[in-house]
Design a binder for this molecule. Sequence first.
Ligand code: NAP
Length: 279
Amino acid sequence: MSSHTVLITGTSSGIGLEAAVAAARAGWTTIATLRDPERAGALRAAADRAGVTLDIRQLDVTDPASVTAAVEGVVADHGRLDALINNAGAGHVGTIENETVDDVRRVMEVNFFGVVQTTKAALPHLRASGGRLITVTSVGGVVGQPFNEAYCAAKFAVEGFMESLAPVAGKLGVSVSVVEPGAVATEFVNNIGLDPERLLAAAGDYAEPLQKYVARTQGQFARSAQTPEQAAVTVIEALTAERPAFRLQTSAWALAFTATKLADNDGSAVVALTGGYLG
Ligand code: NAP
């Protein structure tokens, strides 16, 4: 495997950081990318602890020039690209009456168009290598959840995009998978920049269900969040399994949760389940 090259987006923390270290440990030449290379301290420290070497490069998924430069630079320097792991993403909490359409667009920019941009840049090289396209989506890419309209819309969009691309890319030798985590204890929640008190104060008629949603989510993270190392195991499974599934969940909880939707033809089970979050 040592000649095999994987590029991962969003490796400054969390699942991307752990997946980069695990891929290098599994023998892959690993290009760990970040939008701000000055934030590579935790990544470098984790690589040192694991005794692995990473090729760390700049890549902002919302900046087309940066995406092209990173992907073409990797192919120029390593001669090939065998896998892309679209991991970069950012959460968002809100509901449409209390935010602007531009807020929603920004969420789509990072979580959807960022994936589209990076995928487009990588595909010719993945076709050349008979490689793999792996995208970290979310259980929120299958089940819409309260106050996650924009985030879930973006992750649904990614799932629809990849589910549509999978059979086409498969015909040309590229395997496509999505990885669906549930709650994972990373910087994800902090990076949303959520101030629950301010959010509630501005929520108007939505304050009561929002309060219930926030309390339930905080409880779920405290009780049952996976570690990013655990979630990264499934990413590496998608990278290394002989024939990875299209859809992989990172935990038994994520499997059960998405099964609610995937067996729910009329959508009633999901709406009853998530409606229950709101009391
Ligand atoms: P995280 O620790 O916040 O990591 C997210 C990574 O994405 C960071 O490295 C961040 O970089 C990067 N990123 C954000 N915007 C970017 C951009 N424009 N260009 C390049 N990189 C960018 O959270 P995580 O939990 O590991 O998230 C990884 C993936 O898992 C995301 O796609 C997320 O949606 C998904 N996920 C997470 C959870 C969860 O509970 N944690 C659950 C389901 C799905 P900066 O440091 O520069 O911000």
